[in-house]
Design a protein around this ligand. Structure first.
Ligand code: MG
Length: 178
């Protein structure tokens, strides 16, 4: 079932910003120009709020957006975890388990592949030709991360929200040289 959450209005106050999310399809931000009387006209789909320029979110909408993020992360996590279990990454026993250091090292390896992709001027991906190699490696990194996070029950969206809030209070470059 499709969940519909009105996040707010855009900077001009003329368009509604709506988050549509479903377990099957994940989430998408939609901008609508017309009112519901004639049915909404979808102007544009966006994968993230930042694409839209200035957007004002109410506190409630902010909570709803983070709830949706948690939902989407959980969807990616459960699917990547199942595929990893099915392919033996969590062992060939009835009790899936793995070495945490090995899982983290594999995430490092995806970052190294991303670096090599950039060093080679970001060629087209051979496995998913509609995408660049950098995009493919970014996907690999996230798939490996969400698989592991799911297996270990990490509260990823909640921690991201808490840390982003904390980061707002930190000094320039977080007080470091870079
Ligand atoms: Mg890779």
């Amino acid at each position: 079932m499709m969940k519909r959450i009105i996040l707010g209005i855009d900077g001009n106050g003329s368009r509604e910003i709506i988050l549509l999310s479903s377990a099957k399809q994940g989430s998408v931000i939609v901008v609508k120009e017309d009112g519901p009387a004639n049915g909404y006209k979808v102007e544009a789909h966006h994968s993230k709020v930042d694409d839209l320029g200035p957007v004002y979110l109410s506190e409630m909408a902010e909570d709803a957006a983070w709830d949706a993020a948690s939902h989407v992360f959980g969807m990616i996590g459960s699917r990547s975890y199942k595929n990893a279990v099915d392919h033996g990454f969590w062992g060939d026993t009835d009790r899936p388990d793995r070495n945490d250091a090995e899982a983290i090292a594999l995430m490092h390896s995806e970052l190294s592949e991303m670096l090599e992709s950039v060093r080679h001027d970001n060629p087209k991906s051979e496995k998913i030709p509609d995408f660049t190699n950098t995009e493919e490696e970014a996907a690999d990194l996230l798939i490996r991360f969400f698989d592991w996070a799911q297996g270990r029950g990490l509260r990823v969206a909640e921690a991201v929200r808490a840390k982003m809030n904390y980061n707002k209070s930190r000094p320039h470059k977080h007080g470091k040289k870079f």
